[in-house]
Ligand binder design. Sequence first.
Ligand SMILES: Nc1ncnc2c1ncn2[C@@H]1O[C@H](COP(=O)(O)OP(=O)(O)OP(=O)(O)O)[C@@H](O)[C@H]1O
Ligand SMILES: [Mg+2]
Length: 1107
Amino acid sequence: MAKMEVKTSLLDDMIGVGDMVLLEPLNEDSFINNLKKRFDHNEVYTYIGSVVISINPYRSLPIYTPEKVEEYRNRNFYELSPHIFALSDEAYRSLRDQDKDQCILITGESGAGKTEASKLVMSYVAAVCGKGAEVNQVKEQLLQSNPVLEAFGNAKTVRNDNSSRFGKYMDIEFDFKGDPLGGVISNYLLEKSRVVKQPRGERNFHIFYQILSGASEEFLCKLKLERDFSRYNYLGLDSARVNGVDDASNFRTVRNAMQIVGFMDHETQSVFEVVAAVLKLGNIEFKPESRANGLDESKIKDKNELKEICELTGIDQSVLERAFSFRTVEAKQEKVSTTLNVAQAYYARDALAKNLYSRLFSWLVTRINESIKAQTKVRKKVMGVLDIYGFEIFEDNSFEQFIINYCNEKLQQIFIELTLKEEQEEYIREGIEWTHIEYFNNAIICDLIENNQTGILAMLDEECLRPGTVTDDTFLEKLNQVCATHQHFESRLSKCSRFLNDTSLPHSCFRIQHYAGKVMYQVEGFVDKNNDLLYRDLSQAMWKANHSLIKALFPEGNPAKINLKRPPTAGSQFKASVATLMKNLQTKNPNYIRCIKPNDKKAAHIFNEALVCHQIRYLGLLENVRVRRAGYAFRQPYEPCLERYKMLCKQTWPHWRGPARAGVEVLFNELEIPEEEFSFGRSKIFIRNPRTLFKLEDLRKQRLEDLATLIEKIYRGWKCRTRFLLMKKCQIVIASWYRRYAQQKKYQKIKSSAVTVQSYIRGWKARKLLRELKHLKRCNEAATVIAAYWHGTQARRELKRLKEEARRKHAVAVIWAFWLGLKVRREYRKFFRANAGRKIYEFTLQRLMQKYFLEMKNKMPSLSPIDKNWPARPYLFLDSTHKELKRIFHLWRCKKYRDQFTDQQKLIYEEKLEASELFKDKKALYPASVGQPFQGAYLEISENPKYKKLKDAVDEKIIIAEVVNKINRANGKAASRIFLLTKNNVLLADQKSGTIKSEVPLGDVTKVSMSSQNDGFFAVHLKEGSEAASKGDFLLSSDHLIEMATKLYRTTLSQTKQKLNIEISDEFLVQFKQDKVCVKFIQGSQKNGNIPTCKRKNNRLLEVAVP
Ligand SMILES: Nc1ncnc2c1ncn2[C@@H]1O[C@H](COP(=O)(O)OP(=O)(O)OP(=O)(O)O)[C@@H](O)[C@H]1O
Ligand SMILES: [Mg+2]
């Protein structure tokens, strides 16, 4: 919802007059009184038409809040009380809506509040223009450029704690929507002499103090600096600290601002290195040293500082040292080197420091411009903000003040030109006749300074360029000759001087009557400062620095680019840049802020009338008002004028339907305002005299009071009538409610009486009816009982009769059946006994068998021989048949199963069968071996090359090849052997080498012994007296004992046709050489897992513990 606009005017609740044009009577006193009155009421802004006068309050006022910004946003200039925001808004809106480039010219003397005003304008514009991430970044960068430039370009002076020591003009660029795109900053002549020397009570540039106070120890160490200000000759000590200024926190602000503006970390670092180098340069001191040729030479006293500077800046120490001691002059092809004396060396040092710093400052401006420049190439609208150093008068005024004041002179000039021009243009635009006004035009002073032939700057340049000895005195002489007759130039020794006896004017000075007052300039240093010479040796030394920033600051030091032409002088450079600035400003729509300083003490609440009067005079503010009032003091577009005064005439009140101008005409006729008092422009009404305006205002006030009374009267009448109507309405409502209530009460009473009477009558009637009904019911019950008894008697009698009849009928049927049966049996008895009994029996039996077999057919178990299932027997008499059938079926399915076997499988099963016959139920190891197939050759003798010799030695077919453990007779320990069984022999060979250890023909094996337990030990007994038996029997153990024993048995049987004796016993004797040793198997612990252990107990006993 749009905010409801409240139309107000500058004229509402005015303190004094908000616009000086309305001042009546107009003279200096009333002007100052008006300013003072407003200042005392915290109104620091006053208008002269569209010019804003701003008085520095020297304290923060609550008039720059975001709420204030909103209040002034999109409001007409004269709608609210005077404010810098009103001017900013006007400028911004005419830039955005009318496509007019704007410039904001802020003038006033040092400390009057120009820089603050420029920042307020920028922050207002930033607050009201477009929003969005990108736009906000641009705004932020534009705003943050201020703290950076202020740190490097501002300093405390006696006039201002934050005095701008450079001129700044900033173009803010906008797109067609009014969104900021970027900006361009131009800087004007930094007061660089401050770097090396500051007047009493003043400071060097802020940045030096900020670094020393705010940088961390580590950073200071990096810059080779110490925190103590007193260590540095370039820092004026008497006012190193400024009240209310926190250098350390400002340093953080500056670093942060540099980051936001877009300085890279290494750039920031380089900048501070240069600042540190400048500071340290001041500590280099020289001492004289006489040379043999009688020339004086200077020498650096303490080279430590020089060394540190060189380390910081990457300059060769010897190069810099030489540059401080010699000066090389190059003329045509010749190079002449002269030594520098101490004074010259100091001069060179200071020149270097000043140049380094001022070039660094210009580089900073260029770098900031790079960051804030608009990124697009679209057409831009521009708002320029000019904040230049203010007009200055010090005790000692030098070249810098001369330049600064010249600049202010030019600004005053453009102010005069443009104000008058604008005024004139407005009159022409509005078709009103223009009358000429007298005012002081300072063009003559500008001419004194800048005239190309006779101007002071031209004279200075001429002196500087002239061959021969040139000093400041020769320059003054020249001035005395050329400018003597100029009415604004004063000098003691000028031709036919009017000032011969003026002792306030020393011989070494000249005085100029500026528009803002007389300023006396010390001529000393003018020539030097204008020349701005830096010895070439120094610039070359700088160019050679191994520091990219310093190198870039001294491009002329590059020997490849030696330029013998003199660079333009400082004065002419400044003149040219001021001329460009003026040209630029003339193309834009000017907006003026004229800053006034209320006192010299930088204090709040003090209004020094004399000081203000002086400023008003030289700023020509009174003339400004007069010019503004020459024709017409007040002007206003027709619409707001009619809106404001329409209540003064019946025809225009409350609504005027026609064009606004006609309305104003009717209004003015009706009010009988004399015709010479006003004039009708094209879009505005012009009022000649403030008195007329005030009369209108008085009438308006009066009328407003009348209107207020009228409104009050009507309101009161309306209020009473409304109240009466409301009361009447209420009375009717209350009466109706009451009546309703009373009737309701009465009705309820009658109703309850009727109900009581009614209930009595109903009760009596009901009781009567009840009695009758009860009597009737009793009669009915009696009749029913009598009838029931009668019917009962009848029914029982009938039932008895029927039962009797039925008994008789049944008896007859039974007797008849018995009689019939008897008769039939007697007749057929002879046939039945002979045949029927047996036939029935056989038939029954046949039927049962048939049923049994059919059922068996369906319940047959599977064909697997190990399937134990067999259906249950159905009849007891079939018991034996059932068992026989089961046996026959099993045999048949076993045969079926065997029929599938191949020959090889048959062999395997035969072997398995043999094993079963030998060991089943005898050896505990047997059940585990049933599932293991007998493989025989566990060792691949033929494939393993290691056993080639073994293979070659055994030429028969190998039945078993396995690794067994041979038990040592002496200690019961086991040793691995290869066990081979061939058709005729048993062989034991070494497992590693395959060498045959023993070979026993099968005929010599008499017996194999083993335990009944779960172990793989077995003894092979040999025939006594045979060759093999000489070493004794073998006691072995194998993982495949069952298989080995079976195969040994079968092979022996097939070869010798004798059954091998297999003894299964837990104790047996083994022949070891001569002795017989008993091997005894006992139940052992499971200490070694499942492995049986063998131990020699004594000579006769070997004990095997089987777990
Ligand atoms: N509108 C204001 N509100 C509060 N204080 C202000 C205002 N304007 C100026 N000041 C105070 O006055 C001091 C000087 O103002 P400023 O630096 O703007 O002067 P200047 O005109 O730029 O001077 P110079 O020409 O020396 O640069 C400020 O540091 C601030 O303390
Ligand atoms: Mg300033």
